[in-house]
Design a protein. Structure first.
Length: 143
């Protein structure tokens, strides 16, 4: 750029105190960068950046999730340990994977029917008005 033109391999080699073949080899090993704005697809109507998933969440969403986790923990604290385990597994509150009644039964050494009964009793407790008030704001924000 100093000379008002694109640098040649020789210019780059001289600046880096390398040979032109060495520079060429390095450049071949470096992956090309691609703009996230490049159009892709058959119709070339989608930007590459639109297809990439983002792992970042907004600060507001992070705070909301943290508060919800805390309130859910407090809400579930009102249940027995077995009821809490069943609800957490059934709705994937621990690892993000919901489990079937049979899977929970195998894990807790209970029949599928007993797991269903425990789940039903726990949900009945959680539906009580005083408990429901604790998460009303979150439920309202989801709709």
């Amino acid at each position: 750029q100093e000379k008002g033109r694109t640098a040649t391999l020789e210019d780059i080699a001289k600046e880096l105190k390398m040979t032109a073949p060495q520079v060429r080899e390095v450049l071949l090993k470096v992956p090309r960068s691609v703009s996230l704005e490049v159009k892709v697809g058959k119709e070339k109507d989608t930007e590459l950046g639109e297809l990439l998933e983002t792992e970042h969440i907004s600060p507001e969403e992070a705070l909301m999730r943290e508060a919800l986790q805390k309130d859910l923990h407090n809400l579930l604290a009102d249940l027995t340990s077995r009821e809490r385990d069943v609800i957490k597994m059934r709705f994937g509150l621990g690892d993000g994977n919901p489990y079937s009644l049979a899977e929970i039964g195998r894990a807790l050494d209970l029949s599928r029917e007993r797991v269903r009964q425990i789940e039903s009793k726990a949900l009945q407790k959680l539906r009580q008005p005083k408990r429901r008030e604790r998460i009303r704001d979150y439920l309202d924000s989801l709709s």
